[in-house]
Design a protein around this ligand. Structure first.
Ligand code: CA
Ligand code: CA
Length: 78
């Protein structure tokens, strides 16, 4: 079994002071969220979780930083 110790398994908890805007998207129009975008209002602070296969779990985190990179995650869609 692969090491999954550094894999995210829950969505980030935001503080009340956070100006982060969360946008949920339903890309395949089945009524269930399959993408959640965290917009921190900065050019390099945003990230998005995507359920690429629409099975009810986000499996990819896309980080928009000094370049864009992706990370594997396993987070239940709420
Ligand atoms: Ca959907
Ligand atoms: Ca998935």
């Amino acid at each position: 079994m692969a090491c999954v110790s550094d894999m995210e398994t829950s969505l980030p908890v935001l503080s009340k002071q956070s100006k982060c805007e969360i946008t949920r998207k339903d890309r395949n129009n089945d009524g269930k969220t399959d993408s959640i975008f965290y917009d921190h209002g900065m050019a390099d602070g945003d990230y998005e979780y995507v359920d690429t296969d629409c099975d009810g779990y986000y499996d990819k985190k896309i980080i928009y930083g000094i370049g864009v990179f992706e990370k594997k995650v396993m987070i239940k869609v709420d």
